[in-house]
Design a protein around this ligand. Structure first.
Ligand code: 13P
Ligand code: SF4
Length: 335
């Protein structure tokens, strides 16, 4: 269960200077460790990592890596997913209290109850779920391949999609599927990026592209605005964090409004320095992601903590659904 962040003091007090980066790299080499960082991590953590990317790209890298240790700078379900895919490796997360409000929005018991109401339905779960929920799942997906995953299910089979309601609505729209049932979960960070805020920002900057993560509460509003002609349809792009980087390299826009966690701005500005990237909501910061501080990473590499373990039976039941996720859809998303 995710910690109550208000009660937590992340490890602090270490300056992320060149000496820190050298020490991190030396300790990682000594442990035969690969450092993975999600796109929402602090810029200094992204810079010191071997690979940055979205959750799908990082899962793929974790599964393919030769390193004996994976240090996952992200949140707990991401490190658990790496452990499910690579059970023989040591998986460390610099602060095991870094949870996810979205992953907490459905339990395995709730999912079993939902399945009992829809016998024969195919369960598609977003990767932002616990290992126990994945063990009850037929196919996992991430934001970059959710549409492809649902499209891979035969049209006559009912689909239970959990836990994110906004991503679910996006998938339903894209696939046109009526037999898709959606769990009413949400991420507190993305749900807080709302439609009126987006409409106001888009009106103030009519030439800007809109890059919108499908977990956002404003994704529906963006499509509505496009439908109403308030924003040209080709300016609204619903994208995973990895796909935002590809779109940044491809767009001709001079400015882009970004609706996702603010850590994303770092990679976007690196990918296309000539573009003015602005957050739709600059308070959209995930406090769990930001618990992976420079000091926490140093502690992790020095002491070999916090080790992430998944019960072997649960991991075995979850593995097929996670492998299907890694196999389906877009191979992009990370560096
Ligand atoms: P991505 O799959 O786009 O990396 O998003 C993961 C996440 O946690 C969103 O908040
Ligand atoms: Fe979870 Fe939301 Fe944080 Fe992503 S941004 S890790 S979905 S709480």
């Amino acid at each position: 269960m995710t910690a109550d962040v208000d009660e937590l003091v992340p490890y602090g007090g270490v300056r992320a200077d060149a000496a820190w980066a050298d020490e991190v790299r030396r300790l990682a080499a000594d442990r035969d460790a690969v450092l993975l960082a999600h796109n929402y991590q602090l810029p200094e953590i992204q810079e010191v990592a071997d690979h940055t990317g979205d959750s799908l790209a990082l899962s793929r890298i974790a599964a393919a890596s030769d390193a004996s240790t994976i240090v996952f700078c992200g949140v707990h379900f991401m490190a658990e997913t790496a452990k499910i895919l690579a059970p023989e490796k040591t998986v460390l997360i610099p602060d095991a209290r870094a949870g996810c409000s979205l992953a907490d929005s459905i339990t395995a018991e709730q999912l079993r109850g939902w399945k009992a109401q829809h016998p024969g339905a195919v369960v598609v779960s977003y990767v932002n779920t616990t290992a126990e929920v994945k063990a009850e799942t037929d196919i996992c997906c991430t934001s970059s391949n959710a549409v492809d995953v649902v499209a891979s299910v035969p049209a006559d089979r009912e689909v239970l999609f959990c836990p994110d309601q906004f991503l679910g609505a996006h998938v339903k729209r894209e696939t046109g599927r009526e037999n898709l049932h959606i769990w009413a979960g949400e991420c507190h960070v993305h749900a807080g990026i709302n439609g009126p805020e987006l409409a106001e920002r888009a009106a103030a900057d009519p030439d800007a592209d809109l890059f919108i993560h499908p977990e956002c509460g404003c994704a529906t509003s963006a499509l509505y605005l496009a439908g109403e002609g308030a924003v040209p349809e080709d300016k609204v792009k619903i994208l995973s964090t990895g796909d935002m980087l590809t779109a940044a390299r491809d767009t001709r826009a001079e400015s882009v409004l970004v609706a996702t966690e603010v850590g994303m701005l770092h990679q976007l500005r690196k990918a296309a320095p000539e573009i003015d990237f602005r957050a739709v909501n600059d308070r959209a910061s995930c406090r769990y992601m930001k618990m992976i501080t420079p000091a926490a990473l140093l502690r992790s590499l020095t002491d070999g903590v916090d080790e992430v373990d998944v019960d072997p039976d649960t991991a075995a039941r979850a593995r097929d659904s996670v492998r299907r996720m890694v196999e389906i859809g877009n191979p992009g998303g990370g560096e």
